[in-house]
Design a protein around this ligand. Structure first.
Ligand SMILES: [Zn+2]
Length: 413
């Protein structure tokens, strides 16, 4: 089955201006992209969709997804830890909610339950449940800081425990292992300066991840923690809010191998939140304010250093439910000095580079993960926060949603 989008503005996933044209999808890939005045003539079997001037663009890529953080725009949970059955239900729903909101690929930032994400990724890939492409992770690994080996496969200490954990993850079908290297001040004030691993554990992580073909994803705030993340061979590092200019310079030399996602979404939402009296967000708000002040300076520096800066912001709390993830694109414009086109490219083309598949750009031969948007997000990125403006959502050439006036969907000839 082939599909032709005609009369669309094409945003191609790079920071170049959108242009008028047509896009032909055949099977799971984009077969041809034609820019005006060139046109594509459909054959009799092609489904033709008149975009009527809407924008055709790559699906969004979330670089820091937590599907097991339960709250979404459809259902808020006031407990952070859910019973195992409910966790699986919530994760399954959250994958579909993200796809409904234009996210066609997710890089997991870790899970609250063991085995949930590999199972879910397999069910999505088999077409058994709707969702974005998912790079699954396992429990976020964050050992106690006392250096004593508990013998626990998830949080045991020492190089051997790390190797055993990596082998366990690989056997389970995990693709990216999350290592929480720094503490988290939003949860425990001042703990961002704590470091939870030793260099020997990080060396073991790097070697075992390489042997098993696993990516490493790290949560790190300070120079010491980022140094350990690099030692572990991190593919993507989250936060980094407190690093020095010397570390920025070091990261510049690694710009072709390491990705960065600041995770500003949770900070902005924490600052905006107006919680009921029995919920104390004082510590979380103070941490968020401090990090945003630092990141407003740091993120432009890292981008100038050539780092690929990606969207993704720890969505899944009641105050920043899953489904609002596209707010990150606007935050990049409002806080980090990105133009709308640059922020959209971060959310599409650069995200695709993280996933490591031919996706995130509208290009012949690439996977047809596409959005048809009512309006022009290249001038107003906030349009993408309204799922009603997504007239079509396609992954791998298959429509998850197609909502254009009936008269303009017709078989050619
Ligand atoms: Zn996270």
């Amino acid at each position: 089955m082939s599909t032709l989008f005609t009369n669309v503005r094409i945003f191609d996933g790079t920071p170049s201006a959108a242009r008028d044209g047509s896009v032909l999808v055949d099977g799971e890939t984009i077969a041809r992209v034609a820019y005006a005045p060139e046109t594509i003539v459909p054959d009799a079997q092609t489904r033709v969709i008149d975009g009527a001037g809407r924008t055709l663009m790559p699906g969004l890529v979330e670089a820091h997804a937590h599907l097991t953080w339960g709250s979404s725009v459809e259902k808020i949970y006031h407990a952070f830890i859910l019973p195992p059955d409910e966790l699986e239900v919530a994760a399954t729903r959250n994958a579909r909610v993200l796809l409904d909101h234009g996210f066609t690929s997710l890089w997991s930032g870790g899970a609250l339950g063991d085995g949930i994400e590999p199972r879910l990724a397999a069910r999505i890939a088999a077409g058994e449940t709707p969702g974005p492409r998912l790079v699954p992770s396992t429990l976020e690994r964050s050992p106690e800081g006392d250096g004593v080996d508990t013998g626990d496969v998830f949080n045991g200490r020492g190089p051997e425990a790390m190797r055993a954990f990596m082998a366990y993850c690989a056997a389970q079908g995990v693709k990216s292992v999350k290592l929480v290297i720094s503490g988290e001040s939003a949860l425990k004030p001042g703990s961002h300066v704590e470091v939870l691993y030793t260099p020997e554990e990080m060396d073991a992580a790097r070697e075992a991840a390489r042997d098993h073909g696993l990516a490493v994803t790290c949560h790190a705030y300070t120079d010491e923690a980022v140094d350990l993340a690099l030692r572990a061979g991190a593919r993507i590092i989250y936060h980094m809010s407190y690093i020095s200019d010397a570390m920025v310079a070091r990261l510049a030399t690694l710009r072709d191998s390491v990705f960065y996602a600041p995770a500003c979404g949770v900070s902005v939402a924490a600052l905006e939140a107006n919680p009921p009296p029995h919920i104390d967000m004082t510590g979380m708000k103070a941490s968020a304010a401090e990090r945003m002040d630092l990141e407003r300076v740091l993120v432009p520096k890292l981008r100038a250093a050539g780092l690929r800066v990606l969207i993704g912001g720890d969505y899944g709390f009641p105050f920043n439910p899953i489904g609002r993830n596209a707010r990150d694109i606007a935050h990049f414009v409002d806080h980090f000095g990105f133009s709308p086109l640059e922020a959209l490219a971060a959310a599409t083309g650069l995200g695709g580079q993280l996933i490591g598949l031919r996706l995130g750009e509208v290009r012949a031969g690439w996977l047809a993960d596409l959005l048809l948007v009512d309006g022009d997000p290249t001038t107003d990125v906030t349009i993408l926060q309204d799922s009603q403006r997504l007239s079509a959502i396609m992954t791998g050439g298959v429509f998850h949603k197609l909502d254009v006036p009936e008269a303009v969907v017709s078989a050619a000839n």
